[in-house]
Ligand binder design. Structure first.
Ligand code: IMP
Ligand code: MG
Length: 181
């Protein structure tokens, strides 16, 4: 696995530190939101690892819930066509929802998801994305928490896959281009 990585972008230690900071910020920002309830939502499968670490960095009671959505195909680019494969188990009406995303690329996936979640009338809806890719074209999405602004390369690790591989790398790195082009 490690031989397939061209360059490490964020080490295990850097990820842990940044996720800890985001958790501390959420703890501060949501201290008064506990009565309504806080629901962390992650989009399977990529964001599950980030959310698992983030949840443990938040010093408030939170629920954890999961959605699975699919943009067709398992290639490197988002198609913008989204289908819900698994919906939330919790009701989110009147509750504070924080969507934990692994990476914002075109933003098309998240745009669709946020519209869908907003229609369920949560008390608030915010996004915590571990990575935001520095792309030319990105949907206009207000991310309250951003871990890192990352280069416009295809990256893997810490939940991010290429064709379902590399999710279990403990760091994030750039995949050698010859492996996917
Ligand atoms: P978007 O709809 O283009 O923003 O794509 C979002 C989803 O595409 C992410 O949640 C990832 O699952 C996947 N994705 C986008 N860029 C990368 C990448 O560089 N590596 C791995 N997955 C990616
Ligand atoms: Mg993916």
């Amino acid at each position: 696995m490690h031989d397939d990585i061209k360059e490490v972008l964020y080490t295990q230690e850097e990820l842990a530190r940044r996720v800890g900071e985001i958790g501390a910020a959420i703890t501060r920002d949501y201290a008064d939101a506990v009565d309504e309830g806080i629901v962390l939502v992650s989009v399977l499968r990529g964001a599950a690892i980030f959310m698992a670490d983030l949840a443990r960095a938040i010093q408030l009671p939170v629920e954890m819930d999961y959605m699975a959505i699919s943009s067709y195909g398992n290639g490197a680019k988002s198609s913008g066509v989204v289908r819900i494969l698994k919906d939330l188990s919790s009701e989110i009406e009147g509750r504070h929802v924080i969507v934990a995303e692994d990476i914002l690329d075109s933003g098309l996936t998240l745009k669709y998801l946020l519209k869908n979640l907003a229609s369920r009338k949560p008390a608030s809806l915010a996004v915590a994305t571990l990575l935001r890719k520095d792309t030319e074209v990105q949907a206009d999405i207000d991310c309250r928490y951003v871990g890192f602004e990352c280069p416009d390369e295809f990256i893997v690790g810490y939940g991010l896959d290429y064709a379902e591989r590399y999710r279990n790398l403990p760091y994030i790195g750039i995949l050698k281009p010859e492996l996917y082009s």
